[in-house]
Design a protein around this ligand. Structure first.
Ligand code: 8OZ
Length: 369
């Protein structure tokens, strides 16, 4: 019997060969000056083309959207040409790949910003967390609030990045609305103290998200656009006074865009799946009409069950994909998973990046036996 996790699925315009997704993973190996990916990225993503869908590492939509050393961008012609080699390699290997569109907002440092300026956010509320700069881990710099004109320009940057993604050969984009970055900073009360049309009520705090989704879907179509949210995650010092009504409104409002999928971090990003009393991912998911991608701490049994039961259409695996380039094959055969090396997660070269082996032919025979 073929488990549903390994059967094809169509997400918007994207015909996927299975329901296993490689989640976005920041690895800090792009050229820090140009934001361009290189040959290592081509090899890394090609090795992982067995996934039904790859979501790339988060990639900044503009220079001010950058918040960590050596993350890639998707806004210059050089970045587009560099990513084209990755998308060609993944497609030649039979995979599908979308790029995650990222603006970090306040999760940045003056040394990473154009002209050494302060990072931007919904409001001038410091994050009190660390980022990764040329000097190692450093406290994020206090942000300033975007003006209404700058918000419009930022929406235009998302649109331009989405167009650039299609020019680079991506099958679509995933807008990063999660983990305490700019969109989340507008959504949640801990970071949004605005008293204009972008702050205060739930309608106002979701305005920026909806403007971004409108611009991106106008530009490339909803069927090539996904979105990642993390309603209950405290990642990057974010908080909201009452997240359930906020995300109920947000998710209901997303239905009009005909998205390829909604990707949810179910709990604390990279941490606990426990929720507070009255909070339920299933209840939020029920408001969404389109394909649902589950994420956060899934193992094989959880993923098989989530798809078989209909709780999820797709399951995104993050950390397991770092050390297991052939993760789908290992899940299919119920083969052991390799452990990742934490020392080589962020930055560096091929070590801990492209040198994790796939199952050997002999092991594959045994596991299949
Ligand atoms: C780990 C390190 C740096 C960035 C996220 C883009 O949490 C990230 C990220 C993760 O979404």
């Amino acid at each position: 019997m073929t488990e549903a996790l390994f059967t094809p699925f169509t997400a918007g315009d994207m015909a996927l060969k299975n329901r296993v997704v490689m989640a976005p993973l920041t690895r800090n190996r792009a050229d820090n000056d140009t934001g361009e990916v290189g040959d290592l990225h081509v090899a890394y993503y090609r090795q992982r083309a067995g996934a039904g869908l790859i979501v790339t590492e988060a990639s900044q939509i503009s220079p001010v959207g950058k918040g960590y050393l050596a993350t890639p961008g998707i806004h210059t012609t050089g970045q587009v040409a560099a990513w084209r080699k990755v998308t060609d390699a993944v497609h030649a290997a039979g995979g599908r790949i979308v790029i995650q569109l990222w603006h970090v907002g306040r999760i940045s440092h003056v040394s990473l910003q154009p002209g050494g300026q302060a990072p931007v956010s919904a409001s001038a509320v410091p994050a009190g967390v660390k980022t990764f700069t040329a000097n190692g881990f450093e406290e994020t710099s206090p942000p300033r609030a975007l003006t209404v004109e700058e918000i419009a320009a930022t929406v235009a940057d998302y649109r331009h990045a989405a167009r650039s993604a299609i020019e680079a050969g991506f099958d679509g984009v995933e807008v990063h609305g999660a983990n305490g970055y700019l969109i989340d900073q507008f959504l949640k009360t801990g970071t949004n103290r605005r008293d204009d049309a972008y702050g205060g009520s739930i309608e106002n705090r979701t305005r920026f998200l909806f403007e971004v989704m409108q611009a991106v879907t106008d530009e490339i179509g909803g069927a090539r656009t996904g979105l990642r949210l993390s309603p209950y995650s405290p990642a990057n010092g974010i908080s909201d006074a009452d997240p359930t009504p906020l995300f109920t409104h947000a998710i209901q409002g997303l239905n009009r865009f005909g998205l390829a999928y909604l990707h949810m971090v179910e709990g604390a990003t990279g941490g606990s799946r426990e929720l507070a009393e009255g909070e339920s991912i299933a209840a939020l998911r029920a408001h969404f009409d389109g394909p649902y991608m589950a994420n956060n701490g899934y193992d094989r049994a959880m993923a098989l069950n989530a798809v078989a039961s209909g709780a999820a259409d797709l399951v995104a695996f993050g950390r397991p994909y770092i050390a297991n380039p052939d993760l789908v094959e290992r899940l299919r055969r119920d083969a052991p998973l390799s452990e990742l090396d934490r020392e080589t997660l962020y930055g560096g070269g091929a070590e801990g990046y492209t040198d994790y082996p796939a199952l050997g032919a002999a092991e594959q025979g045994q596991a299949a036996g």
